[in-house]
Design a binder for this molecule. Structure first.
Ligand code: NAD
Length: 340
């Protein structure tokens, strides 16, 4: 098959490209390299079945040609990362709404199947610590608090995907990723594990936001990739929404201590207020754990890498490349660009 990955030079998308090429398919990636990097796909440069288009997917004529050429579309391109969302609200909303609208429209016109990368953020801030089910309520703060714009836009993407499915027959599957982590993820936009690992390896203070008693659960990127590919191959998954995550919970304080231990770091663990990082009025959620019963029932999904395994892989990645490595790269791509 020909597979299109929007945002395929990003963290998750580049791992997906590896797995799809490994399966034997042809991969087309479109990425504007705003948060993605040519480094993430540099190893694929000479692969005969890999094609990279350095462009925004909002360029409709280019996207039209790609959708036409491909059988399946994994739509991952988005503005991602709490810091980026808070700092660039217009770009976040415009990108995250318009890109999905365009993909669904073109895929519907040409009869192509789509995977939509959504997020656990759509649940908002639940106050009770219980695993979240796909049908649970969404509880958001007010529109004056910018961080909820990402959740709001992704929720609209989901509504639109499901509307296209019900009203126009678009073949679409929605996956809600819960804190997906692994090698190649940059801590630049607020992602906690790479941030802590980089600080620990360079013996700089590990900055914990808030009390650190908020808990999260982390999914290994390889498990998320497995989930996406199997959901796309599952006929009954069409028109459905799935949590893609790992139920193993950890507080951010414990996470910081564990990373410090595993790296043998001399770093001090320091607490700072959310406001000092994200500005006044920032809101966060205390808990966020997935119920993964549904995805297990549909495709037999089970996480294969636990937190310890994830941390070791991320530490190894940053040890190899140097803790200060810059992962983001907005330079002109030296990679192959297919004719437009
Ligand atoms: N990593 C996580 O924990 C997580 C959690 C929930 C949801 N997600 C979703 O998964 C997807 C991938 O996230 P990621 O963690 O790999 O982030 P990422 O930032 O590494 O990937 C997003 C990619 O999209 C590209 N992009 C942005 N705007 C574009 C545009 N207009 N045209 C073309 N490319 C564009 C970026 O350059 C980047 O390569 C996103 O949709 C995100 O919302 C990720």
């Amino acid at each position: 098959m020909n597979i299109l990955i929007t945002g395929g030079a990003g963290f998750i998308g580049s791992h997906l490209a590896d797995a799809i090429l490994e399966r034997g398919d042809e991969v087309y990636v479109i990425d504007d390299l705003t948060t993605g990097s040519t480094e993430n796909i540099a190893h694929l440069r000479k692969h005969p079945r890999f094609h990279f288009i350095h462009d925004t997917m909002l360029n409709e004529s280019v996207l039209n040609e790609l959708v036409n050429k491909c059988d399946h579309i994994y739509h991952l391109a988005a503005v991602v990362g709490v810091k980026l969302v808070v700092d660039s609200p217009v770009r976040t909303l415009e990108t995250n709404l318009r890109c999905s609208e365009l993909v669904f429209k073109l895929a519907h016109q040409m009869g192509k199947k789509v995977f939509l990368a959504s997020t656990s953020e759509v649940y908002g801030r639940h106050y009770e610590n219980k695993p979240l089910k796909e049908t649970d309520e969404r509880i958001y703060g007010p529109t004056t608090v910018g961080r909820w714009s990402y959740a709001g836009a992704k929720a609209i993407d989901e509504f639109l995907a499901l509307a296209y499915y019900r009203e126009r027959g678009l073949q679409v599957v929605v996956g809600r990723f819960f804190n997906t982590v692994g090698p190649r993820q940059t801590g630049q936009w607020g992602m906690v594990i790479p941030r802590f690992v980089k600080s620990s390896l360079s013996n700089e203070p590990i900055m914990v936001y808030g009390t650190g008693e908020q808990s999260r659960s982390f999914t290994y990127v390889g498990d998320a990739v497995w989930a996406m590919m199997n959901l796309m191959d599952c006929e009954t998954a069409v028109g459905e929404v799935f949590n893609v995550g790992n139920g193993e919970e950890v507080t951010i304080n414990t996470l910081a201590s564990r990373i410090k231990e595993l790296t043998g770091s001399r770093s001090e663990i320091r607490h700072v207020s959310y406001e000092s990082v994200y500005g006044q009025g920032f809101e966060d959620m205390e808990f966020r754990t997935p119920d993964i019963t549904k995805i297990n029932q549909y495709v037999g999904y089970r996480p294969t890498v636990n937190l310890e395994g994830i941390l070791k892989r991320v530490i190894f990645f940053y040890e190899e490349r140097g803790a200060h490595a810059v992962v983001s790269d907005n330079s002109q791509s030296p990679l192959r660009v297919v004719s437009k």
